[in-house]
Design a binder for this molecule. Structure first.
Ligand SMILES: Nc1ncnc2c1ncn2[C@@H]1O[C@H](COP(=O)(O)OP(=O)(O)OP(=O)(O)O)[C@@H](O)[C@H]1O
Length: 575
């Protein structure tokens, strides 16, 4: 319930749409009660008057006009209510989707690593969609039911007070006790449905993205088996909900006429005239129009609360880095100093960097070398402020990194790593990630500089060519050059290169290195931090720092480090 309240509060900006929808729903219900009760009274009174030969005893015109008015009001009200409540829900859900993105974005990459991609997708789609029940099926019918109960009570209190307790008693049974019971019995199945549907999506996403590897290792059957298991659980949960729904539908269908008999019988027994007794019976009957949606809402309660809980869980994860309240101005210089940094990844206690120290002057080129797992990429992640060190400090142009706005810090760096992540979109859109308003000329210029223009020109759609899922439609070397062009479009003064030529053939590597040399040579203030295992890339550096098990054990010009560091000699025996 606490989680649902949280999402009700999030709907505050559209509360007037919701209130209007609820008011229209209440009016529609009242028109329905009015229609049935007046018709019942009218037909009975006509019959009684006809039998007694006293047709003039009541006003036909008033009654038939009232019936037409209620019928019209009910139809128009239902139409308007649907329009308004759906408008409210669409507005709220679209804002909710943005809210999910805004909540999740600061958590990436540090805190989202433990969530499966498909699971995150489920939260943005399935869980947000499930919340429509909260706005559409909980808020509106509850308001309508309350209005209906109030109206009925007043009507019966005047016309047939003896029928009031019985009618209200049955209504409370049908609209309060029954939904609460349904919410309890269907709740577990609803939760199971949400969890298993999410697990199924995550499996399906893994299956699609890793199909080549899964097939290569003959492991696709295992994922499919897991997927089938989740699917079977979903079907079982749906079947359970359907069973509960069928049972309650039957119960409701019986309760409405029973309520008619009760209303009519109690009023007649208290000595009310036949038309008034009929009116009491029909009021009780019509009131059930309000009970049915409440029972249906209760069937969705488990599913809706499970989704609300999964979405709210995102707000309970704190980001690994946050912007300072009053960020310092971005310094004009961009020399980097790493001073006594200690770092372990969140939820682990293995130190990855221990008292790490190094410096990269403005316009410098520093190679960071070390064995696999030494902590090189982790240092780059700290510079990019994906994570924050537990102690020690990093300064950019003399200003502590954690006093700068995160976006400001990142504006000084352009990152190219060996994975060269490309989004599943066009080459143009991938390049414009770095600068959304870059002109076509700028894009081509960057591609020329990155030695990528020739192959892009040969593609049938040029810049509009699709790069595929994670760059799957271009080769590794092409993806790397597009990523370098993207860094050039960004035109940041410090390049962070994390093994950018790993896995490239000699010619492609030469192209890449020439592009890099041209770029860095063009402006003496441009600098680079180069993480590498490759001698050809090492040659581009003026200085080298050796990282060994999280500590910088040697730093200086290549030749002097070669003399002093056995680790360096092991890593680059031919240098
Ligand atoms: N997200 C993470 N969560 C927990 N531990 C991590 C995470 N990323 C890396 N590590 C661990 O941190 C240590 C340093 O990893 P890092 O990627 O920085 O090494 P590296 O020197 O760049 O290695 P390589 O040369 O193989 O890329 C490793 O032991 C690794 O398992």
């Amino acid at each position: 319930m606490k989680d649902l309240r949280f999402f009700l509060a999030l709907a505050r900006p559209d509360r007037w749409w919701l209130r209007l929808g609820a008011a229209l729903s209440a009016l529609t219900l009242l028109a329905g009660i009015g229609l049935l009760s007046l018709s019942g009274w009218f037909i009975t009174a006509s019959a009684v008057a006809g039998l007694a030969g006293a047709g003039r005893a009541f006003n036909y015109l008033f009654a038939s006009g009232g019936v037409r008015g209620f019928a019209l009001g009910r139809t128009v009200g239902r139409y308007a209510e649907r329009m308004v409540t759906h408008e409210a829900t669409f507005r709220i859900l679209s804002r909710l989707r943005l809210w999910v993105f805004e909540t999740a974005a600061p958590l990436a990459p540090a805190r989202l690593g433990r969530l499966r991609g498909g699971d995150l997708l489920s939260r943005v789609t399935q869980d947000v969609d499930a919340l429509d029940a909260l706005y559409l099926r909980f808020v509106t019918p509850v308001t309508a039911a309350l209005a209906g109960a109030l109206f009925t009570s007043v009507l019966l209190a005047f016309l047939a007070p003896a029928a009031l307790p019985g009618v209200l008693g049955v209504f409370v049974l049908a609209s309060v006790i029954l939904p609460l019971r349904v919410a309890k019995t269907a709740g577990k199945a609803g939760e199971a449905l949400t969890q298993n549907a999410s697990s199924m999506r995550a499996d399906a996403a893994d299956l699609v993205s890793g199909l080549a590897e899964l097939k290569a290792y003959g492991a696709e059957h295992r994922i499919i088996a897991h997927l089938e298991n989740s699917n079977a659980n979903c079907v079982a949960a749906q079947r359970e909900i359907a069973r509960i729904s069928m049972f309650n539908g039957a119960l409701l269908a019986l309760s409405a006429p029973a309520s008619f008999v009760l209303g009519f019988g109690l009023a007649a027994a208290s000595g009310a005239a036949a038309p008034v007794s009929a009116l009491a019976g029909f009021v009780a009957f019509a009131l059930f129009e309000a009970a049915a949606p409440l029972v249906q809402a209760a069937e969705l309660y488990g599913k809706t609360t499970a989704s609300a809980r999964r979405l709210k869980a995102l707000t309970e994860i704190s980001p690994a880095v946050i912007d300072p309240v009053a960020p310092a101005p971005l310094p004009e210089r961009w020399d980097i100093t790493v001073d006594g940094v200690n770092f372990s990844y969140p939820d682990t206690d293995t130190p990855v960097l221990r008292d790490a120290r190094l410096s990269l002057p403005e316009g410098g080129r520093l190679a960071l070398v070390g064995a696999s797992g030494a902590g090189k990429s982790s240092l780059i992640k700290l510079l990019m402020r994906f994570y924050a060190p537990q102690s020690g400090g990093i300064r950019l142009g003399g200003t502590a990194l954690d006093t700068l706005a995160i976006a400001d810090t990142r504006s000084r760096f352009a990152l190219v790593d060996q994975r060269a992540e490309l989004l599943s979109t066009t080459i143009r859109a991938n390049l414009r990630l770095a600068k959304p308003d870059a002109s076509e000329d700028e894009l081509w210029h960057a591609l020329e500089r990155a030695r990528a223009a020739d192959f892009v020109r040969k593609l049938p759609d040029g810049l509009a060519s699709w790069t595929g899922e994670l760059g799957g439609l271009v080769s590794g070397g092409q993806a790397r050059r597009i990523a370098l062009a993207r860094a050039f479009v960004k035109n940041a003064p410090v390049l962070l290169l994390d093994e950018p030529t790993e896995g490239l053939d000699a010619d492609t590597e030469t192209d890449f290195l020439n592009a890099l040399d041209d770029w860095l040579d063009e402006d003496a203030r441009r600098g680079a931090l180069i993480v590498t295992h490759r001698a050809r890339l090492l040659e581009r550096a003026y200085q080298v720092a050796v990282l060994d098990q999280g500590q910088i054990t040697a730093e200086g010009p290549v030749q002097s480090v070669k003399q002093s560091s056995p680790v360096f000699r092991r890593l680059f025996p031919d240098t």
